[in-house]
Design a protein. Sequence first.
Length: 56
Amino acid sequence: MFKTEIRKKLLDLNKTMGWLATQLKISRRTLYRKLETPEPSFIEEIENVLSTYSEK
């Protein structure tokens, strides 16, 4: 992979995590912390958010 492709993928990932954190009404930092040791209820909450989102 070229450096530009890696950079683009990292930016896309950062934007996606920011969007998910906004949907869950938490900060990105909190989202990353919760994903390090995920609880089943938190995973269900993420699944609920993602199930209502359809890629356009």
